[in-house]
Design a protein around this ligand. Structure first.
Ligand code: CA
Ligand code: CA
Length: 368
């Protein structure tokens, strides 16, 4: 029964690698490992093609239930290297199959995976039991080759994986519902993974970018003569900052509405998160010279916007374009696009329900 602990350990390792907002160091790692494995496996896609071809002919042995805006996306099953389970970074291998999805309940004939994918996970405790694990994902296949490469965005990474089991299957696995052939295993956030129905594998669209963000709250002071700007976090790194994303009269209550992805020059490597994104910070200022813009020489900064006494920034994360990052982000439940984050070590995502209750008064400063 080593499989279940092995899988849960893999997940714990993932959590420790990317569990908090500052887990971006892993994102950097991921770029390396993701790219490497992608590249190395590309050569094997010949097999993939064959499998896909035969796949169309047999009865369905895997089923996926898509939820959300999956239209126009392509479903892939990517091999997970079992030797990377439980290590700092999961390694993904070749794509077993690729299918343009046309309906929410997508049925696929995957057939028996290539022998090179099937491995004896634990020769000592489950000798002769062969397994191959695949992570299901949806991506926007811009170039039409079926593979998620060259910056194409992931829209979903499943937290229930397809698992092919064959060979000598011990009774304790059979009792858990494991069959010789395709199975599914739920990659639970905590606790042991659970086996599930391979014909109804849930695949919600969990990485599509959130395009709109509205935040605000009651004001703790008289807004007369004050303005509200949203400026790039680059301004705090000593880099030459781009202009404000928003600069508007301050009102009580105040509100900021962001829509769509920010311009390319607003993206930067956010050091304490270790990720490329656009971090934008709302600040009120006293427009002393009535110019309608902030000038350091004449105007003075007032207050930031706080949630739970911690200043808040608006972060745009681009949809992930490598599977490792996509998996990590999906596991964190963060998604992509606009989100509000607390600007503090270990700061968390501000839930949308609290975004209209931000505090902007003398209790909320950026504190350097
Ligand atoms: Ca492609
Ligand atoms: Ca001014």
């Amino acid at each position: 029964m080593r499989l279940l602990p092995l899988l849960s350990f893999a997940l714990l390792a993932c959590d420790s690698a990317s569990g908090d907002t500052s887990g971006g160091a892993d994102t950097a790692d991921s770029a390396t490992s993701g790219d490497t494995s992608d590249t190395s496996e590309t050569g094997e896609t010949g097999e993939t093609g064959e499998t896909g071809d035969t796949g169309a002919e047999g009865p369905a042995d895997l089923g996926f239930q898509l939820e959300g805006g999956w239209e126009g996306s392509t479903l892939t099953l990517t091999w997970v290297d079992p030797s990377s389970l439980g290590t700092e970074s999961l390694n993904f291998g070749g794509v077993l199959l690729s299918e343009d999805v046309s309906q929410a309940e997508t049925l696929i004939h995957a057939g028996r995976p290539p022998e090179s994918d099937l491995q004896e996970l634990n020769p000592e405790e489950t000798p002769g039991m062969l397994m191959a694990l695949y992570v299901p994902a949806l991506h926007l296949d811009v170039d039409g080759d079926g593979l998620p490469q060259n910056g194409e965005s992931f829209m979903a990474v499943g937290m229930t994986w397809a698992v092919y089991v064959t060979g000598v299957i011990p009774a304790e696995f059979t009792q858990l519902g494991v069959v010789d052939g395709w199975n599914a295993v739920v990659i639970a956030k905590e606790g042991d993974p659970q086996f599930a129905d391979a014909m109804t594998i849930p695949l919600p669209v969990n990485l599509a970018p959130n395009l709109e963000l509205t935040a605000g709250g009651d004001l703790g002071f008289d807004p007369d003569g004050a303005r509200l700007m949203v400026i790039s976090g680059q301004a705090f790194t000593g880099e030459s900052p781009v202009g404000p994303l928003v600069d508007q009269a301050l009102t009580d209550p105040w509100e900021v509405a962001l829509s769509g992805p920010p311009a390319a020059d607003r993206f930067y490597l956010i050091q304490n998160m270790g990720i490329m994104g656009a971090l934008e910070v709302p600040l009120s200022y006293d427009d002393a010279n009535h110019s309608g813009a902030f000038e350091e020489a004449s105007d003075s900064l007032l207050f930031a916007a706080c949630s739970d006494a911690v200043p808040v920034g608006f972060l745009w994360l681009p949809p992930p374009s490598d599977l490792y990052s996509a998996f990590g982000i999906a596991r964190m439940g963060v998604g992509s696009g606009w989100m509000a984050v607390q600007l503090a070590e270990g700061g968390s995502i501000v839930p949308p329900s609290l975004l209209t209750e931000l505090v902007m008064d003398q209790t909320c400063g950026l504190g350097g």
